[in-house]
Structures are given as structure tokens and as C-alpha cells.
Write a protein that binds this ligand. Sequence first.
Ligand code: SF4
Length: 334
Amino acid sequence: MFYLKVKRKIQCLICPHQCILQEGKAGICGVRYNIGGRIRNKQQGLLSSMAFDPIEKKPLYHFYPGAEILSLGGFGCNLHCNFCQNWQISQVAELDHLHGKIFTSAEVIAKALERPSNIGIAFTYNEPTVWFEFMHEVASLAKGHGLKTVMISNGYINSAPLEALLPVIDAFNIDLKAFTENFYYEMAGGKLAPVLESLKLITNYKKHLEITNLIIPNKNDNPEQFIEMVQWIRKELGKDTVLHLSKYFPRYKQNIHPTPEDTLIQFYELAKKELNYVYLGNVHQSRYSSTNCPECNQVLIHRNGYKIQWEPAFDGKYCPNCKSPISLIYDIVT
Ligand code: SF4
């Protein structure tokens, strides 16, 4: 949907790379091609996986907590993080074959409607930006069926395509990898500034937003830079923005040791000075994954892995103890 003819080539305008493609060639993401003078994702509708997941797994903790959501993934990514935790589906240049099954958007909707307890569709696992047209089509159809839609993304997308998605996507989890251009350039092959623009655009559009930050030892665990990042989130996006701090494990081209839990707890405490809702991911301590009232610290939703337990008196809107409003999207899901 977003491209420009440049003499006999085509420029893809989906993400900030803005690749200029000769006939038959793919862009940096490895899946969007110039075919016959138009941009095509050769793997359109080819799903690497499809499953009904707990929404906590996305992670989204303040959007229908405890619900399940049909989650779809394809192949490819427009960033090339050397620590990618999902490289078997995202880094297509490394793969001999893409194993999956092709679905039409109508088949995805039918699958989503199969299970009455399912609240909607999540575009996740790999980077959904690279199959923009498929995501837009499925999400538009989903809205007509009353389904919720969720995008789990690196946020590396141009403003115009993001603006086209905003009316049909209800909630986002955006990966904010670090707060320096140097990290994005050296570790991910991209830039920080466009990700910050995406975060601001989603917030201005008043869509539900949660952020994930994977903390990698000696790469993005500088406390001063981290404080700068959470202060930016508070100032630009608001104190109620949900932040997930995730434990890193060695994957793909990186063999740095996993993030020590002490570091994660230290960063959790730093973030809590600026933001109301902070969680630790890939750490099995329910204290750091439960939702507490930011005013009186009453536990409202207790989490143990993906299992959740509501405080019986909590109505999803106000703390039953001190009556403070709680920033959370929830209505009864049967
Ligand atoms: S989506 Fe792919 S082809 Fe398009 S600009 Fe980004 S990396 Fe290049």
C-alpha cells in the first residue's frame, strides 16, 4: 500500500529503511519484493505459527487481563538484532525453507470466531510490519466481527502506514530496545528516533500501549541511560504507560550471559520512581509480575506465570482499598 516508483525501481515506504528495489529483489526485511513494479510480500498469509495464547504472553498486562487471544506469526523482520530471541522465524536470510501454512484473511477470522472465549487477534512472534497489507486486511475484517486486535512490534514503521493501522488496532506492545542511537545502529541495524515517533503517535491516538525493554548485560544496562529512558516515557507518554523489563537469554549471534535477576530488580526499582506500572518478564517472582495499586500498593491482580487471580473486590477500574483509579482496559470476557 505504501510505495513509490523511482524510475524503473520501486521504493518501499513501510519502514524507515525505505529500500529501493530492483525488479525481483527483496528489501532489508528479506520478504518484501519488487514483483512486476509493485511491492509484494512473497509470504503473504504464510503463518509460521497460530495459537490461542494467554494475553499475558504478548506481554499485555493491562488489556483484558486473563483473556486468551488468537496469535499469528509469519516470517521476516525489518531489524536484524544480533541477540534476536526469535531468529528462527525473523531472520529469513538464515533459513533454507520457510515451514508454514498459507491462510486467507477470511480463514483467520473464522479460526478466531471458533472459540467463544477468544477476544481477538494478535499479530506477533515475528515483526508484523513486514506483512503490513495482510495485517491491515485481517485487522479491518476483525473489527467488523467485534474482535479486539493487537500488534506486537519493534515500532520500526513509518508514520503514514502506522496512521493507517491505528483505526483498526486496539492495543500495542512496542519493543523499546535501548535509549541510544548507537545501540540501535550496532545491535539492531536501525535507528532509535523512528521508534520514539511511533510511541508518541500511538499515545496521541489514545490507543492502549505497553512497552517492553529487554535488558542485556553490558549493552543497554547503563543505569543513567535507563533513567533517561523512563523519564522520557513519563514525560512524553505518561506515568500510566506500562513497562515490561525482560530478562535476556543468549540467542542467535550473542552469547553474553543471561541478565542477572539483581540487575532486573535494580532497574525495576529505578523505573517505579517514574512510572506507575512496571513488571519483570522471564522472571518467576510473582511479586514483580502482579498488578498493585500505585497509591496504596494493594495487590489487584496476582500473577503466577500466565495464571492470574483477581482480588475479588477489584472491579477493573478502582482500587477497592483506597478508591484510586487504575489504568486498565477490561470488561467481562465470558
Ligand atoms: S518493510 Fe522491508 S522492504 Fe520495506 S522499507 Fe522496510 S525493510 Fe525495506
